[in-house]
Design a protein around this ligand. Structure first.
Ligand code: KG4
Ligand code: ZN
Length: 347
């Protein structure tokens, strides 16, 4: 079973070929350098960059997988793409590429939910899908655009328990980094500085949002901005002054601790109340070492993460979702629904 997949939801252009659960290729072009000077992803620039890079990314992935171009009929058994959630203009590029490839290959076209991709990325080990998830599971997806908690009862059977009401966890990392004058994407920058922090730092609030499984990180971001305004005065608002390195590291660590504690507590509470012992964490923020350590230290739970190279956006995880659907016979060539549809299940 050979699957060709495309991923273009945000700022990574990616194409992959998965054959019987083994990755033949997974080409990823990251647009980070393009967006860095704007301190975040500019949707219109992202769409244009996808359009410009897709031919190279696709031919790179096809070449590495020894797929001859133009694609011959029967060259692959299915073509998959991320159908959402994501930036509308960016999504269209992947969809059009996938439609063209499916037409040439005479293969079914499978639209995959991007967040399900982040979950199934946990199954890869060095290019092989050899670590199948064991259900039922509590799932935490933490990416740049989403923070979601699911009860997963099987492949394609996901009940959303809670999601963010404002900023996603990754977005909070990016925005706090921006407040500190650090480059985009903020997650790895904050993690690096937090690891170097020594001594006692400020304490920021934990947005546990008692009584709901939803998340909210914008208040925490505001708490960091109040702290900075107090420390730096008017110059902070003009973006001209930064904290001394030692104090900056402490703020990074305190902020990261608040996010990690909130994510871990809310996920563990949900898992406990549903009698689940297994947790899986996916998405860009799941690369964070402090988050991984805190989940691993949870007693009574077994937590799975993707290998770090599969945490950020890639087409390999989209191909794997399509493989699971093909195996279950649960897919349809009809994709009349809006491409940005954010329902994670297979219905
Ligand atoms: O899943 P992803 O690659 O793209 C989306 O689907 O959004 O996630 C990107 C997000 C960014 O907000 C980035 O700052 C965050 O993941 N991120 C991290 C780390 N690496 C990436 N956040 C915290 N710690 C990290 N090490
Ligand atoms: Zn993502």
């Amino acid at each position: 079973m050979k699957i060709l997949a495309f991923e273009t939801t945000c700022d990574e252009t990616s194409a992959a070929v998965l054959e019987n659960g083994v990755l033949r290729s997974n080409a990823v072009f990251s647009q980070i350098a393009l967006h860095r000077r704007y301190n975040g992803v500019v949707p219109e620039l992202a769409s244009r960059a996808h359009l410009e890079k897709m031919p190279f990314v696709f031919s790179g992935a096809a070449g590495a997988a020894k797929l001859k171009l133009p694609l011959a009929r029967g060259a692959v058994d299915a073509v998959a793409f991320s159908r959402g959630p994501g930036l509308p203009g960016a999504l269209m590029v992947g969809r059009v590429a996938a439609e063209a490839a499916a037409e040439l290959a005479g293969a079914p076209l499978i639209g995959v939910n991007h967040l399900e991709g982040h979950l199934l990325a946990c199954e890869f080990e060095n290019g092989r899908a050899v670590r199948p998830l064991v259900f039922p599971l509590a799932v935490l997806i933490v990416s740049g655009g989403h923070t979601e908690l699911w009860h997963a009862r099987g492949y394609g059977d996901y009940k959303v328990l809670g999601r963010t009401r404002d900023d996603a966890a990754g977005e909070a990392f990016d925005k706090v980094a921006r407040l500190l004058g650090l480059p985009y994407p903020g997650g790895p920058e904050i993690e690096k500085r937090a690891a170097a922090a020594r001594g006692k730092g400020p304490v920021f609030p934990r947005p546990f949002m008692e009584g709901t499984r939803d998340f909210s990180f914008s208040g925490l971001k505001t708490a960091v901005s109040y702290y900075l305004a107090k420390r730096l005065g008017r110059e902070f608002y003009r973006g001209r002054r930064r904290l001394p390195a030692g104090e900056e590291a402490l703020v990074c660590r305190s902020f990261q601790e608040a996010v990690v504690e909130t994510l871990v507590k809310k996920t563990a509470d949900a898992a406990r109340s549903l009698g689940l012992r297994r947790i899986a964490v996916g998405g860009g923020v799941s690369a964070n070492g402090a988050l991984r350590a805190a989940f691993s230290a949870l007693e009574g739970f077994e937590t799975r993460f993707a290998q770090k190279r599969y945490c950020s956006d890639n087409a390999a995880m989209i191909a794997l979702c399509a493989m699971r659907r093909l195996k279950a016979g649960r897919y349809s060539n009809s994709l009349k629904v809006a491409p940005e549809l954010a329902v994670p299940g297979w219905k």
